[in-house]
Write a protein that binds this ligand. Structure first.
Ligand code: PAF
Length: 273
């Protein structure tokens, strides 16, 4: 496995190889959710690149960028065991200059849900993913369905900027009791972890109601919010794949999303119906 920090060195190496490139961008602190992206990419591509870069522009003022867990050595071992070919590990100065051309998230999809509480967050995500795509020039890039809004906006960016990369959406990985894997789970106490299960339970209930042919999204949201009590709910939304609000479930085209505060940890989860 190669570890490359320099942009030009990586570009030159990848061009020379002339292989089908799979790309998994990460901010490190890899867990089984990332591993699932890596394993999926490994199966589908000839040359697998994983980037580890804690992107400063997607953190807002007051969000503790410096406290973001950094586990480069453990991450490199995980990548090696998973058969990654290249780990791209740039410094901030490799990616960003002083006076930057900017890329902004679209007004509607970029400033609802996560974008409403973290305005500007998706500008930073799109900017860095666009830069990374330009460096790696992947055939396929892999993103988790758990960050549904990020996935949606990156897919939109690829379409609108005519980028030549295929975005692959990978299913959310869960603990055996249903909790979706997230780097934030480490902040949960034992009690909070139990409370956090209300989030996946509310989503399973939505799915059950749909199986029983309840399609009215307002009715579903009401039952979900009862299950989520007494958590402080940021949002429960039922949207189509274009991120438009639905009054009625469209089978095969619906995402149910929840954000809730458990203790001091904001958790996200969703289910695709
Ligand atoms: O999902 C993440 O870890 C980040 O938002 C990403 C896509 C690596 C961009 O920094």
């Amino acid at each position: 496995m190669k570890i490359i920090s320099n942009v030009n060195e990586l570009k030159t190496y990848l061009k020379k190889e002339k292989k089908i490139i799979g790309f998994v961008p990460t901010m490190g602190a890899l867990h089984d959710g990332h591993l699932s992206l890596i394993k999926t990419a490994r199966k589908e591509c000839e040359l697998l690149v994983v980037s580890i870069f804690v992107n400063p522009t997607q953190f807002l003022a007051g969000e503790d960028l410096d406290k973001y867990p950094s586990r480069d050595d453990a991450d490199k071992k995980i990548c090696k065991l998973a058969g990654v070919d290249v780990v791209f590990l740039p410094q901030r100065s490799d990616i960003y200059g002083d006076d930057e051309v900017s890329l902004n998230a679209p007004n509607v999809r970029g400033f609802v849900l996560e974008g409403a509480t973290r305005p500007g967050h998706f500008d930073g995500v799109l900017t860095v993913v666009n830069k990374l795509f330009n460096i790696v020039n992947p055939d396929n890039a892999y993103f988790g369905k758990k960050d549904a809004q990020q996935l949606n906006l990156i897919s939109l960016m690829v379409k609108q900027l005519f980028l030549d990369v295929n975005i692959v959406a990978v299913d959310t990985v869960r603990e055996s009791d249903g909790l979706a894997l997230s780097s934030r789970n480490i902040y949960l106490s034992k009690e909070e972890r139990k409370e956090a299960l209300k989030i996946s339970r509310s989503l399973y209930m939505a799915s059950k109601m749909v199986q029983k042919k309840v399609y009215d999204t307002h009715e579903i949201k009401k039952v979900m919010s009862e299950i989520l009590e007494p958590l402080e709910v940021g949002y429960i939304e039922i949207l189509n794949r274009e991120f438009e609000v639905l009054d009625n479930i469209e089978i095969g085209n619906t995402i149910v999303l929840v954000e809730a505060l458990v203790g001091t940890t904001r958790l996200l989860d969703n289910i695709w119906l």
